[in-house]
Ligand binder design. Structure first.
Ligand code: GAR
Length: 207
């Protein structure tokens, strides 16, 4: 059984997709051990509570320094002892110590086709604003392992989504979630839980 901890900052629609996929059997062999948010107001926390999943808020604002926050975040993670950490709209830089400790055991969903529209400053709605500004016709989402860089780790799955005439960032964001994120994130968790993929020479291959 793969124990996962899901980290969230906002609405938690990706968390909801994971919880639904665990309930309906699209994700097998997996237990959600806990949900951690940096944001006390995150609706994602309510979703977790409603589903009876232990949830915790660890906010940088409650600590004197970033180091203190990182220590508390790591301590909670150690306590929950996950096999896999899932970043589902988590807008906090992961401490390097955590990345090293959980090498190839942290995954992230990003709302673009990496390497487009990714890296520092590209998160949430900003990604979709940038895509529309550039006038690209195809966007999408990527689920990848987390390494020391920003959005640079081995890519697990990607799924393209078409831009449509008249799209606003909000409309495009929703379509990318519906047609890509909510599909490939659960699929990646199931693949990891069932030993279907592995990292070889910095790339994801079938196990
Ligand atoms: C999602 O679109 C996710 O891909 C994005 O934040 C949103 C969270 O929505 N993540 C990033 O931009 C990470 N760089 P949600 O809280 O409804 O799942």
């Amino acid at each position: 059984m793969l124990n996962i901890v899901v980290c969230v900052s906002g609405g938690g629609t990706n968390l909801q997709a994971i919880m639904d996929a665990v309930s309906n059997g699209q994700i097998t062999n997996t237990k959600i051990a806990g949900v951690i948010s940096n944001n006390p107001g995150a609706f994602a926390l309510e979703r977790a509570q409603k589903a009876g999943i232990p949830s915790f808020c660890i906010s940088p604002k409650s600590y004197e320094s970033r180091e203190d926050f990182n220590e508390a975040f790591l301590a909670k993670m150690d306590e929950l002892n996950p096999d896999l950490i899932v970043l589902a709209g988590f807008l906090v830089v992961i401490p390097e110590k955590m990345i090293q400790k959980f090498k190839n055991r942290i995954i992230n969903i990003h709302p673009s086709l990496i390497p487009s529209f990714c890296g520092t400053g590209y998160y949430g709605l900003k990604v979709h604003e940038a895509a529309l500004d550039r006038g690209v016709k195809v966007v999408g989402a990527t689920v990848h392992f987390v390494d020391e860089g920003t959005d640079t780790g081995p890519i697990i799955y990607q799924k393209p989504v078409m831009v449509e005439e008249g799209d606003t960032p909000e409309v495009l964001q929703r379509r990318v979630m519906e047609q890509a994120e909510w599909i490939i994130l659960p699929k990646a968790i199931d693949a990891i839980a069932n030993g279907k993929i592995k990292v070889k020479d910095g790339k994801v291959v079938q196990a």
